[in-house]
Design a protein around this ligand. Sequence first.
Ligand code: ATP
Ligand code: MG
Length: 234
Amino acid sequence: MHRFISRSNARTEQLTSELHSAQEQLAQAYQRQGAAAERERIAREIHDTLAQGFASIIVLAEAARSANGADADKCDQQLLSIVRTARENFAEARVLVGSAPQSGVAPGSVATTLRRTLDRFVQDTGLTVTAELADVDCDQTTRIALLRCTQESLANVRKHAAATTVGVVLARHPHGIELEITDDGRGFVPDEAQGYGLVGMRKRLAELDGDFTVTSSLGDGTRVLATIPTSSQD
Ligand SMILES: Nc1ncnc2c1ncn2[C@@H]1O[C@H](COP(=O)(O)OP(=O)(O)OP(=O)(O)O)[C@@H](O)[C@H]1O
Ligand SMILES: [Mg+2]
């Protein structure tokens, strides 16, 4: 009897120790998963804010340099845009390192925020933009997602499309908010596309239970459609 009890105690101890070790491994796995998710989020933020800002600064600075002072007003405007973009990058960098409390995205309605972004885009690129921006209400996360999708889509138009006209429509639908960005550029084959931008937009929207669709074909322009359901808003 005594031997049976001591064997049973030893077995209990072994099971308890195995349980603790399994719990520890699980906790470490959760921690790793959390760190990987956070790393991915920060990478996406860097791509959508700092990297885009630097790309824009390079393009503007090179354009100002190659004009060689030929058009003083234009050069002045380019320098102004460089300073603004650098300031925005600085603000976003402070957010990313945690020394500023929240996103550097200025307050205001989504339509106002997008309008500001589009005005800058027109100023920097000289492309024609037609915009229909409804005054939709949404929370800050949705607002930032809509802004980042617009910024990345415009960056793609600037970098890849060789377009002349861009259309942006922000509308409320019975099931949520829809953002459509079209261009009349060279188009591409979405299945063959490589990069972080499109993947990042898709993931950002998936986190809000939204949808992301890219429709494009060679020579036929591009249409990006982002939908965010009403349930994930205020
Ligand atoms: N509007 C567009 N017009 C033409 N091609 C486009 C357009 N948008 C995307 N592409 C193509 O799809 C590819 C993937 O785009 P994505 O934004 O994911 O990456 P990227 O812009 O090349 O780099 P990054 O990771 O810096 O965004 C591009 O390299 C380009 O070939
Ligand atoms: Mg891109």
